[in-house]
Design a protein around this ligand. Structure first.
Ligand code: GLN
Length: 543
């Protein structure tokens, strides 16, 4: 039977619960244990797919097409296991399943209630990951202890801990120890209150991980232990890291977190082998090169909106022994001030995924600038669609080229000039949630293309999240003017990857390769893009 770790957060949100949970997952996996991870989100949306990136940050997509919380990206990057539909549940999803069952009469006339019906459905969600070969399931609860929405989850954890042996369940609470500048003191009271709240709900944390700006002195740790009813050696300090979030696992390992977890569950395993991780970290801390990449997007001020893109660029840098700095450019700023002014001097230009007409002229101006000035360019999803329209307008001479997305949105343009269009099977779709081409699709790569060289494979599989596609009726015209279709879906023949031969490195993909990049195993397209950028900037990198 699998063991369970429940991770809750206290005091404030955005403490990095996902990162901490992922770091613990990495350490335990390093000890040879089989780990599964799950995020429970207390909001009512069925999934984050319909949420504004400003509200929620990136929507992380899994192989099987789940639109999930961005914490799953951390889980995959750290634990190295693909997540799935079963890795993320929201209150909306839990309630809809219970309500559907009620409509089917499955509750046999009972009054359907939060306890036990919703709490049972929550328990089913995490026990569904249980199997003989899974040692530990780490379940992270979104939000903060004390939130109204979180209560049924905490209640489900409490019930579950009584159904299992005490040694099978562990509660880890992540909390904040603020530092008051004025008095120069670190304060434990908010943590005391948050643990009090948790205990009121019937849960006693086994391990406290304290986020802090400054190391916590021994006597303060002793005080936290005393007031929170936790053993002294189980009060861990997670100080802000100096260089990179990838330092967190090492920090926790130094304080024996993985050892404490294993002792709690009675696992006797060797210390984790962190050599590969440490080697990667050494490059992050002490890179030989540095390169600046411009990322041009619509929600660029909020890094979380493109979390995996920034991560994948960093990984591409690590694989080239280089730091990557980001020049975040609002596409509408390019419309006002011109690409030249805002992009001058960068090593490469990246256009990430996006939705809607606003800001697209700026994106296309950035693409044109990169294309004409032979600056390495990587387009992701909408980035590919904008690159196709830019090419149609400025190389093929079809000035009115548009995406059908703009037409559908504001009746803008002539659909006969749509180089990016809805495919027939999707034409009738009116609902917004879960109706895109989602999840992993195959792509066959053209011989002698940059994509093929980068991937070093004939067929690759990447994750998708989009409604529109390059219009097959326009492909011949694009090719005639020199656009290379270097990847196609082998079943539908839809365009997956484009590139321009007469350019040092101009590649765009309909997929989201950023989701599959790992710190110790950079995605080939990102690696190759950064190599090209370093070469462009004269940093002496060799392909
Ligand atoms: N808006 C585009 C589409 O729906 C691209 C989506 C994306 O970049 N993820 O096809």
């Amino acid at each position: 039977m699998s063991k369970y770790i429940f991770v809750t957060g206290g005091v404030v949100s955005s403490l990095g619960k996902g990162l901490t949970a992922a770091s613990i997952g990495l350490l335990l996996r390093g000890r040879g244990l089989e780990i599964r991870m799950q995020k429970l989100d207390p909001y009512i949306n069925v999934d984050p797919g319909t949420m504004n990136p400003f509200q929620h940050g990136e929507v992380f997509v899994t192989d099987d097409g789940a639109e999930t919380d961005l914490d799953l990206g951390h889980y995959e990057r750290f634990v190295g296991r693909p997540m799935s539909q079963r890795s993320n549940y929201t209150t909306g999803r839990i309630y809809s399943s219970v309500i559907e069952r009620e409509r089917r009469g499955e509750f046999l006339g009972a009054t359907v209630q939060v306890v036990p019906h919703i709490t049972n459905a929550i328990k089913e969600a995490f026990t569904d990951l249980e199997s003989d070969d899974v040692d530990i399931i780490i379940v992270e609860l979104g939000g903060t202890v004390g939130d109204i929405e979180g209560l049924p989850y905490i209640e489900a954890f409490r019930q579950f801990s009584l159904e299992r042996d005490p040694g099978d369940v562990m509660f880890i609470h992540l909390t904040l120890i603020p530092f008051l500048k004025a008095s120069g003191e670190i304060k434990t009271k908010p943590t005391q209150h948050s643990v009090q709240k948790l205990r009121e709900y019937g849960i006693q944390p086994d391990l406290l991980i304290c986020r802090t700006e400054h190391s916590i002195p021994e006597e303060v740790k002793a005080k936290i232990a005393l007031f929170c009813n936790v053993r002294r050696d189980r009060v861990i300090d997670e100080k802000d890291v100096d260089h990179s979030i990838y330092e967190v696992p090492v920090l926790l390992h130094k304080q024996k977190v993985d050892d404490l977890v294993c002792r709690h569950f009675g696992f006797e395993t060797p210390a984790p082998d962190l050599r590969q991780w440490q080697k990667m970290l050494d490059v992050v801390i002490n890179p030989k090169h540095s390169i600046e990449i411009a990322i041009v997007g619509k929600y660029i001020s909020l890094t979380d909106s493109y979390k995996s893109v920034f991560e994948a660029l960093t990984h591409g840098g690590i694989a080239n022994n280089s730091a990557v700095t980001f020049r975040k450019v609002e596409s509408e700023e390019i419309e006002k001030n011109g690409a030249e002014k805002l992009l001058a001097g960068v090593g490469g230009v990246l256009i990430p995924g996006g939705f809607g007409r606003r800001g697209t002229e700026g994106k296309m101006a950035a693409i044109r600038y990169a294309r004409e000035n032979k600056i390495p360019f990587l387009g992701l999803c909408y980035g590919l669609q904008c690159a196709v329209i830019e090419f149609a307008r400025n190389v093929c001479g079809v000035k009115e080229a548009i995406s059908a997305e703009w037409f559908d949105e504001e009746g803008d343009g002539d659909l006969n000039k749509a180089f990016v269009a809805l495919m027939n099977s999707q034409q009738e779709v009116t609902a917004k949630g879960g109706t895109m081409r989602l999840g992993q699709y195959a792509c066959a790569l053209e011989k002698c293309s940059r994509a093929r060289a980068a991937y070093d494979a004939e067929i690759v599989r990447e994750r998708h999240r989009h409604r529109y596609e390059v219009n097959p009726a326009k492909v011949a015209l694009l090719q005639k003017h020199g656009l290379m279709i270097s990847g196609r879906n082998p079943d539908s023949q839809l365009v997956e990857i484009i590139e321009i031969g007469d350019h040092p490195w101009f590649v765009a993909t309909q997929a989201h390769p950023e989701f599959k990049s790992r710190p110790t195993d950079a995605h080939p397209l990102f690696k190759s893009f950064i190599t090209a950028a370093l070469r462009h900037a004269g940093n002496g990198a060799t392909a």
